[in-house]
Design a protein. Structure first.
Length: 320
């Protein structure tokens, strides 16, 4: 006799004769992003004390346990890390990733990667304020000539979820010198039309990626200036933001929340206060706004998986 289907997971019905096949009533399974199932993301922050002292090390900003995914991971698709390197020492940054981004918060040194099947040799000097990206390839050796802190973001968690290996470089190693970025940001801030802008920011792009206008084909990077006294109008997008505070005085913060008030401000916002060298997560889909209640301009570097969302046509960026 055929046995009657039995529910093996709450709300599901099992297929007779199949160990794995289930069905759900659509009304019970259409939105699995909830506590106890697919965990929603929440705001989270790490202070600069994490990388202020100690030996040479990679310091993951790991939320994999609460996200229920393999780690280290700061979001389902991205891993953010601080790399602390003492003067005269070196460390390898290794990940199964299609895109790796390095921002030098302080220090000086060089990045080396030998020529291999996946690409040409990399020998990139770096100084404070520089940013560089590497495509798929072998481990990057970071050698410091001065005590250094580097913010390292890569898309390894996405590849781990897909069960694939990065074997095809999609762009060339690219260096964005810090003095050039600062000069371009100052030029933007001096433009009279910038007074009407929602953001005073530079989007880093790559000639290899003209359609997405992003720093790699999965990663998006923005160097942002928040002037003294500014309160940015809220905006939101479906990409996660992994933010690094480059410079600020007390009184700078990011406000985030799921709803807006009638006047366009965020209802019951969560406030993430800034410190130079701190990092924080702004979850996807939340309205957020940067505010500067200090007397001096501040700088922020958000890294997002917006290159991937642009390709999927799911970025859905909106302004209040």
């Amino acid at each position: 006799m055929t046995q009657a289907p039995q529910a093996t997971i709450a709300g599901s019905v099992a297929c007779p004769g199949s160990a794995k096949a289930l069905v759900f009533d659509y009304r019970q399974a259409a939105n699995p992003i909830r506590h106890g199932l697919t965990e929603p993301m929440r705001e989270h922050g790490w202070g600069p004390s994490l990388h202020a002292q100690g030996p040479t090390a990679v310091l993951p900003l790991d939320l994999s346990a609460e996200l229920g995914c393999g780690g280290p991971a700061t979001s389902p698709a991205l891993s953010a890390n601080f790399i602390r390197i003492l003067a005269g020492e070196a460390i390898e940054a290794s990940a199964n990733a299609t895109s790796q981004l390095f921002y030098v918060w302080r220090g000086a040194g060089s990045c080396r990667r030998p020529a291999a099947v996946l690409g040409a040799e990399v020998n990139q000097p770096w100084n404070a304020g520089d940013l560089f990206v590497l495509p798929a390839g072998g481990p990057a050796r970071l050698e410091a000539t001065a005590e250094s802190t580097i913010y390292w973001v890569h898309d390894g968690p996405l590849l781990n979820f897909l069960g694939v290996a990065a074997t095809d470089p999609r762009f060339e190693p690219t260096h964005y010198p810090g003095p050039w970025l600062r000069q371009e940001l100052e030029t933007l801030a001096a433009d009279p039309s910038s007074a009407r802008s929602n953001r005073l920011s530079l989007l880093l792009a790559n000639r290899d990626l003209p359609a997405s206008r992003t720093v790699t084909h999965t990663l998006w990077a923005m160097l942002g200036l928040v002037p003294a006294g500014a309160v940015q109008p809220p905006h939101r997008h479906q990409s996660v933001a992994l933010d690094l505070v480059i410079d600020c005085d007390p009184g700078c913060a990011t406000l985030s929340g799921s709803e807006l008030n009638g006047d366009g401000t965020i209802r019951n916002p969560v406030r993430m206060d800034w410190e130079p060298g701190a990092a924080f997560v702004t979850p996807p889909g939340l309205w957020h706004s940067h505010v500067n209640e200090s007397g001096r301009s501040s700088m922020l570097l958000p890294i997002q998986d917006a290159g991937l969302h642009t390709y999927l046509r799911s970025l859905d960026i909106r302004f209040s």
